[in-house]
Design a protein around this ligand. Sequence first.
Ligand SMILES: Nc1ncnc2c1ncn2[C@@H]1O[C@H](COP(=O)(O)OP(=O)(O)OP(=O)(O)O)[C@@H](O)[C@H]1O
Ligand SMILES: [Mg+2]
Length: 358
Amino acid sequence: MARPFINSGSIKRRDQILAVDLGSRTTKAIHLQRRGNGFLLSRFAVLDAPIYDSTLSPEMLAEHLRAVSDALGAKTRLLALSTNVNDTLVRHVEMPRLQVDEMRLVLKHNSRNYLQQDLSNYIFDCHFLPPSNTSNSADAGKAAGAVAKQKVLVAGARKQLVDDYLAGAKTAGLTAEFIAPGLIGPVNAFEMAFPEVFANEVVALVDVGFKSSSICILQQGELILSRIVNIGGDRLTTAVAEAISISYAEAEGIKVGMAGEVEAILESVLVPLATELRASLDFYEHQQDRPVAQVYMTGGSTRSEFIVQTLQNGLMTETKTWNPTAFLQLDLPPQQAAEIEQVSAQMAVAVGTAVAAL
Ligand SMILES: Nc1ncnc2c1ncn2[C@@H]1O[C@H](COP(=O)(O)OP(=O)(O)OP(=O)(O)O)[C@@H](O)[C@H]1O
Ligand SMILES: [Mg+2]
């Protein structure tokens, strides 16, 4: 499942890539190679994200990408990037039956019609969804007279952002071959990690990030619903800092090292987050009249057992963490081999972006 905005190398087959997830707090990057039927992870890097006011300039991005590329000891210049969930729009839309290229143009010129906003400065990509079970015609395109419609998953990002990514990569000596929405990253990684569950079940993927968290509900391999909730690790740390009048850095240390001492404060943020996520599960379950079997969690905050447990209580659904690097063959330097387990919860977007690009 790939929804790239840019996929310049689609004709020639790539066999290795640097994938970079520009998270709002932490940049996660990997060097991934094709190996037989699988993939080989030969390096990873976790760096503080660059600090900027409103937009990351191409120059700052270039400097950051150079640091990332150095940290990966990069053997390739081919780069895959993911756009942050807050910079990307992902929607289900009913559209006339068209080819993808035509559809992109129709969206660009008629965004108000289809997306209820003026998004003429956006770049779009589209993925066709199979006809829903309410439609009994397998070949609706042939329906006489009527304008045949189909359900489409649309991803959009500001063209300026995509252009800045391309320019930043170029200045850093890299080629941004593939740019895709970060929201889809965990979905692509999950498909590889649990192919059977992905193909057959209804599950929710939740990524608890820094500024926000995302939920994607997958029904037999199709993304049926996605939402962004603007609560993440930043809110947890800020709540601790404010409640006991300490600095943000001190609060971060307590949250990560001694969560037991601030449980009530963390709960005051986690309960509303769980309520928002539960609302998405409720929406899906009422609409489709079937339950979401399980919630699979990733993101830095899910390294904390207390956080996962509290979210599970609020979600009232079996919730587990999963390791998005577990299906990869590892060929890491010894020190990284010892560290990968610790950071794997944060790697879903980078891994998903890399496998989609290869
Ligand atoms: N052991 C831990 N316990 C609790 N929180 C943790 C732990 N380790 C990391 N975090 C939190 O994880 C957050 C960063 O997670 P992550 O890297 O998934 O975010 P991001 O990808 O940069 O953000 P976003 O996805 O919103 O752009 C930080 O708020 C950090 O405090
Ligand atoms: Mg993230």
